[in-house]
Design a protein around this ligand. Structure first.
Ligand code: NAP
Ligand code: G4F
Length: 364
């Protein structure tokens, strides 16, 4: 009998990759989705299983971090071995427009889960999706001992959630871990985060649908990695002997301008002709530079990223060109096979298991 895990935020970028990873490891996976009037399960449709099938190992439940009613029942009934808490209002710019909501979902949501675990399933191992954004204006490189200096309502909410996870670990002995993850991207990245906005923009430009993309601060630097590698780090964190707080990133940073230059050049375009700056995307406060000090992740998790910025760009541009029906240069695909062949094999093995089961998660 495999382990049982709950994943909040399963419809998001990380949740979808993590669900694939857990299924490939034989877990029974319970994902929490929000009720929506339109389909919001595109990222997990390919792994959806009909719950009536006795072989099913993926189950979806409706829930929202703003309330506790669903959490209590789910945790009491399932007594999961592991709970990966990935759901959040995760957009930094949006958090300036919706600070109270962001505090409720991204901050208090974590407390609601921790309290349900404490009361109903204290052996459950808890993963909190903490963020490098918490470091804010702290001088890079940032490590587990760097003091947080949050620069947005999102970051402040994540700092609160981080400390709640630590408090529940220290006060009640729960296995609660903070993965302090630096930016990680992929073809499944939300369309309004800057990397995906650029790679989708390139596809739209090449398809003749638009001439330019409008961006905000081009000078901010981020430590960008490839998302599927990061969900492996999350899983490893919950396999340790005890809860801990660990920084996960590549240790290299690049500016938004460098990302754009690289992506346009990869697609055979000159970025100068297609990128314009718009005040609309400048934030009230900015985080200038995030660079991970990755020593603890290497030592405790044996985790080492394989994909750097150039590879990430190739993977993302290829994917967006292909989905627009355009010819892609193809280096991204080759990189995935060469460097992450094992991930592709998991992905395929999960696909085979799912093949017997028809339908879409949206039918839930
Ligand atoms: P994402 O793509 O934005 O996914 C967020 C998920 O949370 C979605 O499944 C979303 O559901 C769900 N969600 C939002 N509000 C909710 C609510 N009120 N109740 C229940 N579910 C809700 O985020 P991601 O990039 O996968 O990131 C996963 C987690 O890691 C987030 O907590 C993020 O803050 C954190 N993080 C991300 C990064 C990064 O670079 N990606 C770095 C550090 C930390 P819908 O699909 O219905 O919107
Ligand atoms: O892609 P971004 O929106 O990501 P940001 O703000 O770094 O947040 C992401 O990473 C965090 C980890 O550090 C996560 F916790 C968080 O959930 C999220 O996944 O912006 C990156 C940089 C910023 O400096 C922003 O000002 O790009 C700059 N930028 C410039 N033009 C833009 C744009 N960002 C967006 N979203 N859109 C633009 O047009």
């Amino acid at each position: 009998m495999g382990k049982r895990a709950i994943v909040t935020g399963i419809t998001g970028q990380d949740g979808s990759y993590l669900a694939e990873l857990l299924l490939s490891k034989g877990y029974e996976v319970h994902g929490v989705i929000r009720r929506a009037s339109t389909f919001n399960t595109q990222r997990i449709d390919h792994i959806y299983q009909d719950p009536n099938n006795p072989e099913a190992r993926l189950f979806l439940h409706h829930g929202d971090l703003c309330s506790t009613e669903w959490i209590l029942n789910l945790i009491y009934n399932l007594l999961p071995d592991e709970l990966y808490h990935l759901a959040a209002q995760s957009h930094v710019r949006v958090s300036f427009d919706m600070p109270e909501y962001t505090g409720d979902v991204t901050g208090l949501g974590t407390t609601r889960l921790l309290e349900a675990i404490r009361r109903g399933s204290p052996k459950t191992r808890f993963y909190q999706a903490s963020s490098s954004e918490m470091f804010g204006s702290a001088i890079p490189p940032q490590s587990e001992t760097t003091a947080f200096q949050p620069r947005s309502p999102y970051a402040a909410a994540k700092v609160y959630a981080y400390w709640m996870a630590r408090n529940y670990r220290e006060a009640y002995g729960l296995f609660a871990s903070n993965g302090i993850l630096f930016n990680h991207e992929s073809p499944r990245r939300g369309e309004t985060f800057v990397t995906r906005k650029i790679t989708r923009g390139i596809a739209a430009i090449l398809a003749g649908q638009q001439g330019k993309i409008f961006l905000g601060n081009l000078e901010a630097s981020r430590d960008w990695g490839y998302a599927p590698e990061y969900v492996e780090a999350m899983w490893r964190m919950l396999q340790l002997d005890s809860g801990d707080d660990i920084v996960v990133g590549t240790g290299e940073a690049h500016t938004v301008k460098e990302f754009a230059q690289e992506a346009f050049a990869y697609a055979g375009l000159d970025w100068h002709n297609h990128v314009a700056v718009s005040e609309r995307y400048i934030r009230p406060l900015e985080v200038d530079c995030l660079i991970a000090d990755t020593r603890k992740a290497r030592e405790k998790l044996g985790w080492e990223p394989q994909i750097g910025l150039r590879e990430l760009v190739a993977i993302m541009v290829d994917a967006d060109l292909e989905s627009a029906g355009l010819q892609a240069p193809g280096r991204g695909r080759a990189i995935l096979e060469e460097k992450l062949g094992h991930w592709n094999r998991w992905h395929n093995s999960v696909r085979k298991v799912m093949h017997a089961v028809q339908g879409s998660a949206s039918q839930h």
